[in-house]
Ligand binder design. Sequence first.
Ligand SMILES: Cc1ncc(COP(=O)(O)O)c(C=O)c1O
Length: 396
Amino acid sequence: MSLSISRIVQALEPSATIAMATKAKELKARGETVYDLSLGEPDFDTPLHIRQAALEAMEAGHTHYTQSGGLPELRKAIVEAYQATHGLVYAPTQVVVSNGAKHSLHNVFTVLLNPGDEVIIPAPYWVSYAELVKLTGAVPVIVQTRQEDDFRLTPEALRAAITAKTKVLLLCSPSNPTGTMYSPDDLGALADVVLEKKLTVVADEIYERLVYGGSRFASFPTVRPGLQDRCVVVNGVSKTYAMTGWRIGWAMAPANVAKAMDDLQSQETSCPCSVSQYASLAALKGPQECVAEMLSAFAKRRDFVQQRISDIPGLSCANMTGAFYAFINISEHLGRKYGNRQIDTSTEWCLELLAQQKVGMVMGSAFGTEGYARASFATSMANLEAAFDRIEAFVK
Ligand SMILES: Cc1ncc(COP(=O)(O)O)c(C=O)c1O
């Protein structure tokens, strides 16, 4: 006998990135050497001083529930960091700390959306946005962007997608999965439409510190006066400080939205993990050289990956300016036979690449855009070299 599952959860797509990573892990468990470029998590250990702060927190007995929206000193540190970097002023009570930025996004959508509301999501998009929106009964409206535009939503395309039901625009910059970023001017042009049409913006800025080649990151609320009141910024420690397993992210929002998220969270999870909050406090307040070191390693890998993609016939990708992903155009290699198998879709291509060459990548269709595959370069240079040799052999 099986118990029935709610309609809303039945309609949910499981995370394709996690599914591909699981397949790669299964192959590894069978003793195969696998080059896994599927998961988006830094391969570095969490810096020592952050781990030590967690140990000290446990020793000091900070192992109890905290305030539901997060420790006051952590919320203050987040506010200070945003003010120092972007000149944005928030009250600590406008910050809600959650169990990872994914959880923050879930809270944001839950408090903002009613069934039937529309959320504009530029594609290619990070796998969880559309599913988290659907959980609220709201409707994701997917707007395709183009490689020629570095996968940036244009103000014209935004305007064309707005209906009477549009409530939220989702922006992710630097972007997972495309590795591209909006310039301050691009954001300004979108902001003009947002202000005119009175939209709410959810700005996912989790890759804010991972920016390459002198490109300038701008936090969305800074690009026009008045935007801060229409915007929820989501960020966290997972990517910047190699802290994916600690599960700490946050949202900064207008006061009534933050209060609603805090209330929601008090019923959902009581609070984020106490020890992880102390570790995150150490991450924000402690030495920042670790971030610069990881960034410099990512930058070298980014250059390598960009070059290899342009050297392999029939592959291309946009100029990568942020995050740690290459969104590789494989369309020239679809509609062909690989050995005796016809490969037409990005899913078939990625599965065949894994089966033949033991390289794990995620199909573009999982990000709403067919004809592409995403490679994460959050792995060692040696792995990247071997993986790209194999990708080259595969397409040849
Ligand atoms: C764009 C984007 N937003 C949010 C997240 C979630 O991060 P966290 O680990 O803090 O939940 C990820 C993780 O892959 C991401 O790529």
